[in-house]
Design a protein around this ligand. Structure first.
Ligand code: ADP
Length: 371
């Protein structure tokens, strides 16, 4: 990395005798003053009274000369570095981080200021180079992921058609098999596996190539209740209760299809968490001035901390037949709506997932990632 900033000169400077800039300024002034005073005394002693006026003129001339010297010294010692600093700051502001001030070689406080300035510019330059390097890495990673996403979407698309064919053939074979044929059980397993692959592939396709959202002002409670109805069909022995909000919710801008999918996913996870040791699932609503929330509570097995930190990662699942895509998809959909999903869990006691959506959204379309 180009350091640009030559520290050796500064170090060389530091070894020179250090003198405050005030002393540097005052020394020549004091010298001239002393000279003038001596001259005045000498001339006064050696001249007669009549020549005193001439001495006064000479002394005045001397004072003017001294003032000129003071101004010049100030210009050289103080004003010039300040002007240079101003100029270099303007260059830095324009984006040139190769600049350095020459007065950094001075061995006084002004030199210190120069060295600090040069050092600061060097640090800025290094930070900028680091940011540019990180940006390049991120860009190439994003391109890489985009290509992978495209490939996954293409593959998923290709897999779905033959899969539908296999499911169809299974159906026909099953229909033709006698009822007592043991192959029927195998066919059932194959059908379940095909459905499982189809679920994974569909979720993958949804993640890689999300459909355009259809946002509208709609009844969020109705959307969530619709999902609860679907969940009950899968719930078997787990009761799914819906507690209506105490105060009616205003229409909430959302894509009912997408939010239905999110709530259904949370409900099915909750139901599955209650399967082993029993439990109940309860959905409730809350609102404040700016947001509404749908909470899905279960009194199931809870989520261990090491699992909890991974549940939103794509393909993370603890279930034999899980896809591990439900929660990552849910989070993406809710975030596209300008909302968030929070989770709290108590091991052995249950979990609570809360979807929070804004009551007013400026523009969903600006967040629409579909094409
Ligand atoms: P999947 O359900 O296919 O496994 P998800 O992304 O929906 O994928 O869930 C990821 C994981 O999060 C699940 O495998 C499970 O371990 C955990 N999980 C989610 N919801 C709950 C819940 N209510 N109770 C316990 N574990 C849960």
């Amino acid at each position: 990395m180009d350091r640009g900033f030559d520290m050796s000169k500064e170090r060389r400077g530091i070894r020179r005798v250090r003198m405050n800039w005030q002393i540097k300024v005052l020394l020549p002034i004091a010298a001239v003053l002393l000279d003038g005073l001596l001259l005045f005394v000498l001339i006064s002693l050696s001249l007669r009274n009549s020549d005193r006026d001439l001495v006064l003129v000479i002394a005045t001339g001397g004072a003017v000369a001294i003032c000129s010297v003071v101004v010049m010294v100030l210009a050289v010692e103080v004003r010039r570095p300040m002007m240079e600093l101003q100029k270099k700051i303007a260059e830095v502001r324009e984006g040139d981080l190769q600049v350095r001030v020459e007065f950094a070689e001075r061995n006084d406080e002004i030199g210190d200021l120069g060295r600090d300035f040069n050092d600061m510019v060097r640090q800025l330059r290094e930070s900028r180079e680091e940011i540019q390097r990180l940006h390049r890495t991120q860009m190439s990673r994003a391109e890489h992921l985009a290509t992978l996403g495209e490939m996954a979407a293409g593959l998923a698309h290709e897999i779905r058609n033959p899969l539908a064919g296999i499911a169809g053939v299974m159906e026909i074979i099953g229909r033709d098999l006698p009822h007592d044929n043991p192959a029927r059980a195998v066919l059932g397993d194959v059908r379940n596996e095909v459905l499982h692959i189809n679920r994974i592939v569909s979720d993958l396709l949804e993640i890689a190539r999300p459909k355009a959202a259809d946002y509208r002002d709609a009844d969020l409670v109705a959307t969530a209740e619709h999902a609860a109805m679907f969940a009950r069909e899968n719930a078997r022995h787990v009761p799914v209760e819906v507690v209506k909000p105490a105060e009616a919710l205003p229409p909430i801008r959302h894509d009912p299809g997408q939010i239905h999918q999110v709530v259904l996913n949370l409900l099915l996870n909750a139901v599955q968490a209650c399967h082993e040791n029993g439990g109940t699932v309860r959905m409730e609503f809350e609102q404040d001035d700016e947001t509404v929330s749908v909470a899905v509570n279960d009194s199931g097995k809870g989520i261990p901390p090491e699992v909890l930190q991974n549940i939103f990662r794509p393909f993370f699942t603890t279930k034999g037949n899980g896809t591990g895509l439900g929660l990552s998809l849910a989070r993406r959909i809710v975030e596209d709506h300008g909302g968030k999903i929070d989770v709290t869990s108590w091991l052995g006691k249950g979990s609570r997932f809360v979807i929070t959506l804004p009551k007013k959204v400026e523009s969903h379309e600006s967040r629409d990632t579909s094409n």
